[in-house]
Ligand binder design. Structure first.
Ligand code: SAH
Length: 196
């Protein structure tokens, strides 16, 4: 298949991701459920920048410039297309997870006024389905682009996000929801159902 076709496929996933994000970002900004407390705002800002540099910048380079061509490797069309299917599935979950969190969602770590603890739907087996979903994007984007360099930048970005944020997020949720969150932690995994 023509390389241009893969650019369209990655482009479609990126557009879907941004439509979902922008919609919920707009809701977040206009929501009455203002924040009750925010933690480590500077670290959170840094994480947003890390994700931009790890995901968006190389993605744009791959789509619109030849600069990342050194990272291409040979991959059969069937596998690259399967990568698109994984991404499509991942974007559908991305939407579902946002919808499930509703006004509890925020782009940075914080407790909203009238925050409720969600433990059902996508949150039934793992505590961080949105971060798990990003692992699906990693697999998908790596396969669709067939570019090891892009796979490496996304992996690095996610590793930084997970290590810096998950412990704090769980501490914050435990402070806010106490025993209820502790019990929830006991019956769930962090990212991968039944495994981790
Ligand atoms: N880590 C989660 C949520 C990411 S959005 C995931 O990967 O799906 C980040 C915000 O979600 C945080 O500010 C936190 O307050 C909130 N949050 C995390 N887990 C939650 C839960 N189970 N119920 C309600 N809000 C939650």
């Amino acid at each position: 298949m023509n390389e241009l076709a893969y650019k369209f496929l990655l482009g479609a996933l990126v557009v879907a991701m941004n439509i979902i994000r922008l919609y919920y970002q707009k809701r977040y900004k206009t929501s009455h459920a203002a924040k009750e407390s925010e933690i480590a705002p500077r670290r959170e800002k840094l994480l947003t920048q890390v994700m931009f540099i790890a995901l968006a910048v190389p993605g744009m380079m791959w789509l619109f410039t030849p600069w990342l061509s050194f990272g291409q490797f040979a991959l059969p069309d069937g596998i690259r297309l399967a990568g698109f299917a994984v991404g499509f599935y991942g974007m559908w979950w991305f939407y579902r997870i946002h919808r499930t969190l509703g006004d509890n969602w925020s782009p940075v770590l914080e407790i909203r006024k009238e925050h409720t603890l969600i433990t059902g739907g996508p949150y039934k087996r793992v505590r961080h389905p949105m971060y798990s979903d990003m692992l699906l994007w990693l697999v998908s984007f790596a396969l669709v682009t067939a570019n090891w360099f892009y796979a490496l930048t996304i992996s690095t970005g996610l590793a930084i996000l997970f290590t810096l944020r998950i412990p704090d997020e769980e501490r914050l949720m435990t402070e806010r929801f106490g025993e209820q969150y502790k019990a929830y932690m006991k019956r769930t995994k962090r990212l991968i159902p039944h495994i981790f």
